[in-house]
Ligand binder design. Sequence first.
Ligand SMILES: Cc1ncc(COP(=O)(O)O)c(C=O)c1O
Length: 443
Amino acid sequence: MATTLPKLVTPLPGPKARTLIERDAQFISPSYTRSYPLVVASGQGAIVEDVDGNRFLDCSAGIAVVATGHCHPKVVEAIQRQAARLIHMSGTDFYYENMVDLAQKLASLTPGGVPRKVYFGNSGTEAIEAAIKLARYHTGRKQFVAFFGAFHGRTMGSLALTGSKNTQKKNFFPLMPGVHHVPYADCYRCPYGKKVETCAVECAKAIEDPLFRTILPPEEVAAIVVEPIQGEGGYLVPPKKFLDELRRIADQHGILLIFDEVQCGMGRTGKMFASEHFDAVPDIVALAKGIASGLPLSATIARAEIMDWKPGAHASTFGGNPVAVAASLATIELLEQELIANAATVGAHMKARLSEFPQRFANVGDVRGLGLMIGIELVKDQASKERTPELRDRLVQMCFERGLLVLGAGPNTLRLSPPLVLTTEQADCAVDIIAECLQTATR
Ligand SMILES: Cc1ncc(COP(=O)(O)O)c(C=O)c1O
């Protein structure tokens, strides 16, 4: 699989893909939401090949996971070396050197320059569950503030914080009690009708008034949980002052500030942590997805004095698995050496080209993002800003049919979250395919 651009050799899905999709329907949980019939065989860099030999340019990266691209040789080598040496020991019971190495590295990378400690899990939702439990444990408080549009996971605690789609909650109540949702800083659709330059972050202030004033005593709130850039909600980038205001409110009321960097972290935005684009420093950070280039691993990183729970309070059999940790150490090295810089450069190039879309296409309302985390919001027309989920879904499908893998985010946004190895040539190819799809779909 030498080339770096898409090439289709069969109608989609091809014959082998069709056969596998039939078997899948028989044995796999129907709860998954497959956007299009892609049956993956292998991957290299930003290219994925399917079982019929079709080559796709991957601008989804397994939902923002393969930060270093598919099967980066250095990550593969680190995994193979570690697998031949020790696959598992359980950090719950024993000690292992690379687990400490990674914790030390993550602690030193986390913004704020304060001592930090790390808890390892296997997925984003586990990182959030750990953050929820730690916040309750440390503060002795039981209430949480989260945001509409947020996605924090699907287990009972993180699902309670999630405010993304009601299908994710339907038939699952009661969830963890004590979660209160407020509007996120969606500056394209400001719920207060303000402009970024002149707003007084009314959305953040709504936490104090009306929420705290009317129904939620702040002294009972353990934490405010927020994505520094909202992912599943539509790739929303808040103004800096939004996170500053959350920090102020948290400080004023003895509340912890938890940043969910599961999707926006690990170099995707052109900095290791998305919060480095802002000033606010979190008390607790949740990481997963890109942390180990595809091996299951998550980290909950807290200020050392906050992580004061006692032995037995929280643990995980697999969390901090040596092979996943080896993949993570190799991933971080690659990110630091070249890929964060590449995400910034290629992301800026891609966004500059996409930013011309609102002039070219009446149905593109907004293009936003940082680094290689870019969202294109589709609307009926730019004046009404009426959402067009059907157009977005159609574009996702049309891109697939032209060899480009993209996903949706939020009700009507096209999400670009490619591997951070994406080249300028590949970025241009993706932009051209999306433009062609827009042209055809809206003709
Ligand atoms: C911001 C954020 N937090 C948490 C999660 C949950 O991660 P996982 O699916 O690994 O449990 C996701 C997944 O999309 C996410 O985007």
